[in-house]
Design a protein around this ligand. Sequence first.
Ligand code: SAJ
Length: 418
Amino acid sequence: MIDRISRLCVIGLGYVGLPTAVAFATNNVEVIGVDVAPERVMAINAGATSIAEPNLDALLRRAVASGKLRAQQHPTAADAFIIAVPTPLKNGHVPDLSYLQAASGDLAPVLESGNLVVLESTSPVGTTELLCQWLSELRPDLSFPHSAGMASDIRVAYSAERVLPGRILAELVNNDRVIGGVTPACAEATKTLYGIFLKGACSTTDPRTAELVKLAENAYRDVNIAFANEVASICDYHGVDTWELIELANRHPRVDVLGPGPGVGGHCVAVDPWFIVHGASGLTPLIETARCVNDARPRKIVECVIAACKGAFDVDIACLGLSYKADTGDLRESPSILVVQGLQEATSGRLLVVEPHIQTLPPELTDNARTELVTLQEALHSSRVAVLLTDHHEFRALDATLLDGKIVVDTRGAWQPR
Ligand code: SAJ
């Protein structure tokens, strides 16, 4: 039984691993952060990160300066290990577990009897068992819980992060956690580990349930966003105001339609449903359709802008917001970028992009000389059309008179009278 964790190794220092490492280090645990990218290791050891999250910079600097957090490229012996490496999709929406397999190969040599290994990466159902299998093949001298049960040398559990980009540090501490222990002893040890900083409640279950809980949460969100996006299409078809309709429908005590938008971005909601689809072939028509509905949104928005321009293809268009959601500079899988790319193909005027959180256009948009990153004032001054793609607070708060006389396409309902 693990009573005290004095040294923790966090493998994978991305959006989840780095804030997690910082949270433990801030709570007096000696943390070794591991990442395969040497430039990331160097930056973290200098107290720097490119991940823009409230408070992360300051806490990281403090954790490094106090000696509680250091980064390196390979794991070393520790009491517990958290694996938070990417689990992306390969071609054909197939889960790619190669980063996880590489991490387990790197971790196996330093494992010692009494250690705890927690998998945090979003994973297809059955991955924790696979991890046990990989580790046990690499370390036949140690016993693992999938075969040795409660008496195993190594404890293994699944516990996915559930944090919302933009609020990662706060949600890390306050959100409830689901822990899937391979045995009850594994679950208890994992509870003790997260108890170091967790204020939310911990529920324990088996790994398959915990893995599917994480996937179901994001698929639930995706399906609900797809519903909202479909409602928006239906409203457009009937000439009904989408935002008024949603507001009125949501006055029903058991209805809560989400907000339509230009599509679903980020590395989670647009990806994780495919893990369910891939693992339960033939059982997922709703989840697959939702993915297709949301993926089709950027194209629909481009069509909507073209229709609003009534055949004038050479107008200058202000494209407000590039990040995948409000008030972050996070461009991962952003549907706003796809909309701007679609407009690059479909129009011939200037595309005046405003994104207050970035300094240069992303590479996907730089091939086109008509596309520029400009200030909000410049974009509104020079454009005939304004397309709101990401509802950053500065766009929501815009003086409506600045839009007078323009063709406006508001994909987020940010400028609708409520
Ligand atoms: N979106 C809409 N309409 C809405 C809500 C969101 O179009 O009403 C869009 C956003 O603009 C964005 C996308 O959906 O493009 C996803 O944004 P999000 O805020 O819903 O979620 P993420 O991807 O930032 O974080 C999600 C969260 N999952 C759930 O809310 C179920 C978070 O808790 C997870 O930890 C995270 O995925 C993850 O890491 O899995």
